[in-house]
Design a protein around this ligand. Structure first.
Ligand code: FES
Length: 62
C-alpha cells in the first residue's frame, strides 16, 4: 500500500495518517474523523476513509 496516497483531498489526509490514527486508538470512522479531519469537509472520501479504517483496525495491513 502507498501510505503517501492522499485519501481525503479536502484535508490532505494520507492513508498513512489514517493508519497512524487507527493504531493510536482511533478505530472507528468517527474517531478517525476527529483525529485527522478526514471526511469532515465535502464527504466525498468517506467510503474510502471508512474502508481503510476497517482494514487497519482489523490488522490487515500489518
Ligand atoms: S475529500 Fe475528504 S472531506 Fe472532501
Amino acid at each position: 500500500m502507498n501510505y503517501d496516497k492522499i485519501v481525503c483531498n479536502c484535508m490532505s489526509v494520507t492513508s498513512g495518517m489514517i493508519k497512524e490514527a487507527v493504531e493510536g486508538g482511533a478505530d472507528t470512522l468517527e474517531a478517525v474523523q476527529d483525529a485527522t479531519g478526514a471526511g469532515t469537509v465535502c464527504g466525498a472520501c468517506l467510503d474510502d476513509v471508512e474502508r481503510l479504517v476497517k482494514e487497519f483496525a482489523a490488522g490487515h495491513d500489518r
